[in-house]
Design a protein. Sequence first.
Length: 365
Amino acid sequence: MPARGRARRLVGGGVAAWAGIGVGVLALALRVAIAKVAGVVPYLIVAMLVVFLLNPAIRRLSARGVPRRAATVIVFVTTMGLATVALGLLVPRTVHQAQELVRSSPNLLRKGGGLVGRLSHSSSPLVRRVGESTSTWVKSHTGTVRGELHTFVGAGLQLAHAGLVLVLGGFLGFLLLLSLPSTAQGVTAMIPPSVRSDLEPWLTQVRRIMGGYVRARLIVSAAVGVLATVGLWAVGMPFWLVLGVTVGVANLIPMFGAWIGALPVTLVALATKPPAFLVLVMGVVVVAHVVDGYILSPFVLKETTDLHPVVVLLAVLAGADLFGFWGVLAAIPVAGVVQLTLRAWVVPRLAAVGTEPMAAPAGPA
């Protein structure tokens, strides 16, 4: 066919269309396959978190002459002991504040910190209409919100499932840490020797992205949670521990974490304090996230991933749709590995194909 002919363009369009259909079919098949194993993914994610968090300390002990298995047991038992002590101190107080928040929620909705009443008696017709609508909604829901929030059976089942995921996932991570050297040797043995030299830089970058991002994200979110908790306690915010923990956990979610964590703080502040107090509370949350954005994240998260904000957004949405909160945690490192793979293997080969000279047509000399 002529290089610039109409038939050539039609064939090219048909190939592109069928390629798009094939990619869509593969994506659908992949989604169905992922849905089949979605129940196992939270345990695997927790196990990977344990491996990425504890393996550096185990390697340091091993470098000092401690056997690998002994170092794994020492680091894992020490970490679990510290985690148990921390949870033993925080969980009872957090649960108590959560129960108080649930118990007082109808009164808080009815009260609204005086804001709803002020809106209802405003001289502005638009503001008064907003206040009256809000007051009507509150009156119609205060009788059922307490019943809905007191569905502790469902909340207890979710909490029990989360605890089971943490326990079993942590034990699976411990087993992976014990067998990590032999597993790595087995995987290396499966790679042809001619390809190992090309794969080594890629594997190094994958370890840097996965391990570095996971450790950095957890450190940054823990720091934000501590800053928010201490700040809310210092200004006299009710339910300061529950709200501070919420801010820290929400910070694990890329892009949306700051807004998700600030929303319950705003609602509780409006329902329990005068409207002017909201400025003080928001100042605490903003300071915590400013420390994150301008001090912690640039220092701790530097060079872990190099993703475009649009890619981050799509990865987070896809992870949340497939696996919920656990998918959100794994979305960014997985997207980083995919981008690294495309840059290291796919893009160079496509560029090489595009620059290959066309062979001269065969003919008589």
